[in-house]
Design a protein around this ligand. Structure first.
Ligand code: NDP
Length: 245
């Protein structure tokens, strides 16, 4: 077990990629605190993870609210006394062409994806600085690197996460904290389930490995990046996309 007795926060960890990462961290021995707005499935996820024999905390928390984030981080500290790993995973889409995009579509996506990552990074890094160690992993997207029609808000938020990753990596490196990002391609979750079949088959055509990714593909990389095996890696954006980028 490469993460035995570590304490990890995973945002948006009630389902999808976040849940799979939380499970993988737990399998490697980490205690896990999950922040999510989907309270309906949080309890189920909590049961699943605690059956792996680690400590689990689930907190209803909107990552776009700094006060809710601070409260969640305090609860994690009260229960586990330290925070070794932060995975900023919570994210949403509100896809439409730029000319049709409402101010609310723009604001909401930027608030959850980018400001949510800022809120957690700022709050948790203060604790990691005192500890003089920590691993922060941000879930970006290849769309933040290459853009995509109908996703101006999402692409901007994910490109912002990449800039935030590179800057915080430089600021926090002297304190023993690694900050990296994963940029997934098309991963099969509820987020992508909603896409029409014709869009999915078009996407498959541009994936050299000729399959969609799974949450497990992403979780395997996440476990490596937050472990001591990746101690000399910081400020990187790693694509996991079947070869698209
Ligand atoms: P899902 O929609 O399946 O899961 C995201 C989880 O985050 C849900 O539980 C969701 O709750 C929760 N969430 C949404 N908004 C907030 C918020 N404000 N505060 C706290 N939690 C919130 O998404 P995926 O697992 O597919 O995606 C996870 C991350 O990976 C996202 O950042 C996404 O952008 C990124 N990504 C995904 C790709 C894919 O192909 N799936 C590709 C590239 C990047 P609720 O269920 O209520 O919405």
């Amino acid at each position: 077990m490469i993460l035995k007795d570590k304490v990890a926060i995973v945002t948006g960890g009630a389902r999808g990629i976040g849940k799979e990462m939380a499970i993988s961290l737990a399998r490697e021995g980490a205690n896990v605190a999950i922040a999510d707005i989907n309270t309906q499935i949080l309890t189920e996820t909590e049961k699943e993870i605690s059956s792996l024999g680690v400590g689990v905390l689930t907190v209803a928390c909107d990552v776009s609210s700094l006060s809710e984030v601070e409260e969640m981080v305090n609860k994690t500290l009260d229960k586990f006394k330290k925070i070794d790993i932060l995975i900023n995973n919570a994210g949403i889409t509100r896809d439409t062409l730029l000319v049709r995009m409402s101010e609310d579509d723009w604001d909401k996506v930027l608030a959850v994806n980018l400001k949510g990552t800022f809120n957690y990074t700022k709050t948790v890094s203060k604790i990691m600085i005192k500890q003089r160690s920590g691993k922060i992993l941000n879930i970006a997207s290849i769309i933040g690197l290459i853009g995509n029609i109908g996703q101006a808000n999402y692409a901007a938020s994910k490109a912002g996460i990449i800039g935030l990753t590179k800057t915080t990596a430089k600021e926090l490196a002297p304190r023993g904290i690694n900050v990296n990002a994963i940029a997934p391609g098309f991963i099969q979750t509820e987020m992508t389930k909603a896409l029409p079949e014709r869009v999915k088959s078009k996407m498959l055509e541009v994936i050299p490995l000729k399959r969609f990714g799974s949450p497990t593909d992403v979780a395997n990389l996440a476990v490596f990046l937050v472990s001591e095996n990746a101690a000399y890696i910081t400020g990187q954006v790693i694509c996991i996309d079947g070869g698209i980028v």
